[in-house]
Design a protein around this ligand. Structure first.
Ligand code: ZN
Length: 310
């Protein structure tokens, strides 16, 4: 059994409207689902991804309206690495981000920046066989679009133990940078020396990272990690996928998620992200839930007709 890289990454926002504006308007991702945090249905869980809402490109945010900025520290993933197609794409993004007032650091094979709440991103060019996972955006040529996750960087309180779990239990390969690669996709995790200061989860923090597997293998991963002495949650039905969670020895919250049934389970691909989607057990509370959510515009409402056929 091999994990299929990162299924999704979940972070925290204190400002859902600005978050939507940045991830759809500036980065050109598609808002594929507006749902609620199943553990606290008064707030959003927003999912951005490629055009189809594919595993491997899902960046998701729990909304805590008005949440203070978090602080990175030991025991968290702190940077999202995404792939782009070429060095020209890095130049495109350096220019585009600067035009939108985003501070950019450009290296030889990467562009680094942070979202409006301080969540770190890095765009890199990588020679990998993974299917490119693109969203459409009228101002972003398809050849420069983000193509899905390349990996994360994390701060571990026990880097040796973190690497051992990734290698011995999750099947990662590598030394400093560890790769989890399955038949279709792969992604890396790198454990860096932690900065001084205590981890404070808040706006701009990564809450957890989810490694991907298939529907068929998901229950086997639950058995496998628990047999290896890792105490995980039971299998949880997240409506769009199934999940188990556990904290790795360095403090980073891991999830293993499968890739079904996905976001097109409830709505046609062309309609993704327009309406609040609720799992069936919350549907009876829709009126009450929607009344408490921050209204969000359809990010594609102003697009030229026919531009987003899906
Ligand atoms: Zn998750």
């Amino acid at each position: 059994m091999r994990l299929e890289g990162l299924n999704h990454i979940t972070a925290i926002t204190g400002d859902a409207p600005r978050n939507v504006d940045f991830y759809t308007g500036v980065l050109g991702l598609r808002l594929v689902t507006k749902t609620v945090n199943q553990d606290d249905p008064t707030v959003y869980h927003l999912f951005y991804a490629d055009e189809q809402g594919s595993a491997g490109a899902d960046l998701t945010f729990f909304e805590y309206p008005g949440a203070a900025r978090g602080q990175v520290g030991v025991g968290c993933a702190y940077r999202v690495l995404s792939r782009v197609g070429s060095p020209d794409s890095l130049a495109f993004w350096a220019d585009r981000l600067a035009e939108h007032g985003v501070a950019v650091e450009q290296g030889s094979n990467e562009v680094r920046f942070a979202d409006p709440e301080g969540l770190e991103h890095e765009l890199i060019v990588e020679d990998v066989p993974d299917e490119p996972l693109r969203a459409e955006h009228p101002d972003i040529p398809p050849e420069h679009a983000l193509l899905g996750f390349a990996g994360v960087r994390a701060y571990s309180m026990r880097p040796q133990a973190s690497r051992a779990l990734a290698v011995d239990v999750l099947g990662a390969l590598g030394e400093e940078t560890l790769e989890l690669r399955g038949e279709r996709r792969g992604a890396t995790i790198t454990f860096d020396p932690a900065p001084p200061g205590r981890l404070v989860q808040g706006a701009g923090s990564i809450h957890h990272i989810a490694w991907g597997t298939t529907v068929a293998e998901h229950p086997l991963w639950h058995e496998h990690v628990n047999a290896a002495g890792v105490r995980s949650t039971p299998i949880i039905d997240r409506h769009f996928f199934h999940s188990i969670y556990f904290r790795e020895p360095g403090g980073v919250l891991y999830e293993i998620a499968d890739d079904g049934p996905g976001f097109a389970h409830d709505v046609p691909i062309a309609e993704l992200g327009r309406q609040v989607v609720l799992p069936p057990w919350l549907e009876p509370r829709r009126a009450e839930i929607e009344a408490r959510l921050t209204p969000l515009p359809d990010p594609r409402a102003g697009w030229p007709a026919g531009g987003s056929g899906g």
